[in-house]
Design a protein around this ligand. Structure first.
Ligand SMILES: [Zn+2]
Ligand SMILES: [Zn+2]
Length: 288
């Protein structure tokens, strides 16, 4: 059991968005780790959702660098960080999709263990309007006021986006005031609203990070069958699940590739949900 690698150790977390609230318990109960909040690390320097600070790296790299900054700040050999990325769905119009990463860096043993999670349940979205009434249905849909929004003037299509006037907006009166100011400053006379994706402003996202924490804990507890290192888990998938009607390969996952963080051992396994054939709806021949 890899539990021995972690029980009793301290783990550093860099967050300005309250993620310690959902990470401390899974780490303590699942791995015997005690979370230490690296308050001095400014996570905004790794890039922000609201776009003031561009992300220099892709999200998984940013996540690992945040974990490293946290452990260095506290002089520990273990660190953890969370990172999310949100955008329009690549296939379905008007639908958003999110991806979350949780990464544990173990400097003592040289392991980097990362668990990704795709989230179709994100409320990531934007809306334009002159006042809260014209955006009422959008506001309901994104979960306002339990989920906060950000406000800026609508600069117009093809123009450089205006800076945010307000973030973390949760009150109706506050929203109306910021929207009035945005309308005043917009060449189109419109305010641009967008969901605030920072974890402390977005209970849906916070709940996702909590679920992901339990998955990371399970992954850390899984050991490589070849070398016994922790962090054994899914590293890639292979498409090609055959259609149930005609047997042609579909784009759906057929095999899951498991890998080790320490050695080159890999295993190709059937899907964990035991699905052996695809619905013809996914078949390029039966449903072109
Ligand atoms: Zn078919
Ligand atoms: Zn191994």
């Amino acid at each position: 059991m890899s539990f021995r690698h972690y029980s009793g150790r301290l783990i550093a977390l860099a967050t300005q968005h309250g993620k310690q609230r959902v990470l401390a318990r899974p780490l303590r109960h699942g791995l015997g780790l005690t979370l230490r909040h690296a308050v001095e690390v400014n996570t905004d320097r790794f890039g922000s959702f609201s776009g003031e600070q561009a992300r220099p790296d892709d999200a998984p790299t940013t996540c690992r660098r945040k974990a490293e900054a946290a452990l260095e700040a506290l002089g520990l050999d273990l660190g953890i960080a969370s990172e999310g990325s949100f955008g329009p769905h690549p296939v379905v119009p008007f639908l958003a999709i999110g991806q979350e990463w949780l990464t544990l860096v173990d400097r003592r043993d040289g392991f980097v263990i990362s668990e990704p999670m795709l989230c179709s349940q994100t409320n990531f979205s934007s809306c334009t309007g002159a006042d809260p009434e014209t955006c009422a249905s959008w506001l309901r849909q994104v979960g306002f006021p339990s989920h906060a929004v950000m406000v800026r003037p609508h600069a117009g299509e093809g123009s450089e986006p205006a800076p945010w006037l307000a973030k973390g907006v949760r009150g109706s009166a506050e929203l109306a005031a910021w929207m009035a100011m945005a309308v005043d400053r917009s060449p189109l006379g419109l305010a641009w609203l967008e969901t605030d994706m920072r974890a402390h402003c977005n209970p849906t996202r916070m709940a996702t990070i909590r679920r992901l924490a339990f998955r990371l804990v399970r992954r850390v507890g899984a050991t490589c069958p070849a070398c016994d290192a922790p962090g054994w888990g899914l590293v890639a998938t292979r498409a090609g699940l055959p259609c149930r009607a005609c047997g042609l390969a579909t784009e759906l996952v057929q095999l899951e590739e498991f890998g080790c963080v320490a050695c080159s051992h890999r295993e190709l396994l059937p899907r964990r949900d035991r699905l052996m054939a695809a619905d013809p709806a996914h078949c390029p021949y039966c449903n072109p």
